[in-house]
Ligand binder design. Structure first.
Ligand code: G6P
Length: 521
């Protein structure tokens, strides 16, 4: 199996370190624009459905050359090809990583090893989309409730909202993820069982939150007079047997080679297909596939996910930036930051390399990702981005064509996005003291012509491959998530203690809090 060489062991790493000391640390992007009339062209990149301007970043041509050399020395291309070929690059779970196959056309020229999987993908996709069209035509179903968490929630929720313009009227979508009963109760309050379809979305069909919500939903359905579980519950899972035991026969499956945070392209995407239809869902897949092809075939120099992933390494490991903001200037992309948080932080929040050996001190991995739609963030935390003591690279996502015809709004929105990126970079040093802006604060600016299924699909795939790139350079396994396990185990131990008051073996803080929160309090 092709694993990458950890990038800090590659020869270009030392050269990058030297470049950082001599030019990188003091780099001023304003001077770089003065020195290079072609900087915008050099550091912008056209990719399928997405244009990206990277020119306001703290990077010069020499640094990018070294980063590209680093990627080659580390075996990024071989690792990428191994993913597409279905090799078990998720080594700790001994699994292939084939979410790209979910969006490959039925006649795509894939390797022998995954041809059978591609046939299964299309058989399931066709069945799921036929079901989606049947439900779309059924006007007695007015409400769809997706019960799932993490990857079984964030992707569909984000995409249904993002593509609302493409949704047929007549159905409302609800997403219940939290085990906090307030969430499910709040949704159920306004529903009637005969008009509701529940989708139980869980790769494993064992996740505690989802199982608790699914049981309560079924109880509610029956207690409210519902008698047709088969007609009002469907399961989206790799664990068809567990769904059957729960009493659900309508099941759309997927496979262990689809990571939860990479699963919106699979049966987990059913809410999206219900909203935008079979054709819309295929357009989403086509946009992602176009980006897959770009990632797989474009030379590294003009490969947008690669260029972004390398910039991420430069920022995290040389500049030591610990966080990255994302500011979508489109309110339909409200849930995009939450979705990208799971994608990047669950994938690359690792401290050991793929062999299990600790990464050396100072080799930081995933930054903190966070964000809110612009312009809202401007009136809240942008103060810190402009004048705070930390430099936080910010990413703008702007859409040229609005999907509404309210006069004057869209130019105001776009002007704000452009002005904020400009202000971060240019700064203002003549006003003195509190009114000074240091400037030289980096940003990346993404442009879509329009928010469509294709552009959304392409952008999400772009992000997946960017996370792949930085993860590959760090030599980590971006496709497991052992870090979520300990808390789950401890919660199982604590739950009965809330009633019993048993604090034996607990640390003093947990014991003290348990006394306050338990029913014995
Ligand atoms: O889809 P499920 O099996 O219910 O898993 C839901 C989520 O929970 C897990 O704990 C993982 O951290 C996530 O990667 C996953 O998406």
């Amino acid at each position: 199996m092709a694993m990458t060489l950890r990038c800090d062991r590659a020869p270009a790493w030392a050269q990058l370190q030297a470049a950082f000391e001599t030019a990188g640390r003091q780099f001023d992007v304003r001077h770089a624009f003065v020195d290079d009339a072609g900087r915008f062209e050099r550091f912008s990149q056209e990719a399928p459905h997405v244009f990206a301007d990277l020119s306001k970043n703290l990077i010069d041509a020499r640094t990018e050359e070294l980063l590209l050399a680093l990627a080659r020395e580390c075996g990024l291309e071989a690792h990428r090809d191994a993913m597409f070929a279905g090799e078990h690059i998720n080594n700790t779970e001994d699994r292939a990583v084939l979410h790209t196959l979910l969006r490959a056309p039925a006649d795509a020229a894939v390797g022998k090893k995954v041809a059978g999987e591609l046939r299964d993908v299309h058989a399931t996709l066709d069945a799921m989309l036929a079901y989606a069209e049947k439900v779309r035509a059924d006007h007695t179903i007015t409400d769809v409730v997706n019960i799932g968490i993490g990857g079984s929630d964030l992707g569909p929720q984000m995409a249904v909202l993002a593509l609302a313009e493409f949704a047929a009227p007549g159905k409302r979508f609800h997403f219940v993820s939290n085990v906090d009963g307030h969430e499910l109760a709040g949704v159920l309050r306004d529903l009637a069982p005969e008009h509701t379809l529940f989708l139980i979305a869980s790769k494993t069909f064992t996740t505690a939150e989802t199982m608790a919500n699914a049981l309560s939903a079924r109880r509610w359905y029956e207690q409210s007079g519902g008698t047709d579980i088969a007609g009002h519950f469907a399961a989206l899972t790799t664990n068809v047997e567990a769904a059957r035991q729960f009493g659900i026969d309508t099941t759309f499956g997927f496979w262990d080679w689809v990571g939860g945070r990479y699963s919106l392209w699979s049966a987990i995407g059913l809410p999206i297909a219900l909203a935008i239809g079979a054709e819309g869902f295929r357009r989403l897949l086509a946009g992602a596939h176009a980006m897959d092809e770009h990632f797989r075939t474009a030379p590294l120099e003009q490969n947008l996910p690669v260029r972004l992933g390398l910039l991420d390494v430069w920022y995290r490991n040389f500049h030591k930036f610990t966080s990255r903001g994302i500011a979508p200037y489109h309110s339909a992309l409200k849930r995009l930051p939450a979705y990208l948080q799971q994608l990047e932080m669950e994938s690359n929040g690792k401290q050991v390399d793929a062999s299990g050996a600790p990464l050396p001190a100072g080799l930081g991995t995933s930054p903190v990702l966070w964000g809110e739609p612009g312009t809202n963030g401007q009136h809240a935390y942008f103060q810190m981005l402009h004048q705070g003591t930390d430099v936080i690279p910010l990413e703008f996502v702007a859409v040229r064509d609005a999907a509404h015809d309210l006069d004057g709004h869209h130019p105001k929105l776009l002007a704000n996005a452009l002005a904020q990126a400009q202000a971060l970079m240019v700064g203002k040093l003549d006003a003195g003291g509190h009114k000074n802006f240091p400037g030289n604060r980096p940003s990346t600016f993404f442009v879509f012509e329009k928010l469509t299924p294709e552009s959304l699909g392409a952008f999400l795939a772009l992000y997946e491959h960017r996370v792949f790139t930085s993860g590959a350079l760090w030599g980590i396994n971006s496709f497991d998530q052992w870090g979520v396990e300990l808390g789950k185990v401890l919660a199982k131990d604590i739950e009965p203690r809330l009633a019993s008051g048993d604090i034996m073996g607990l640390d003093a803080s947990t014991a003290g809090l348990l006394k306050r929160l338990g029913t014995q309090a």
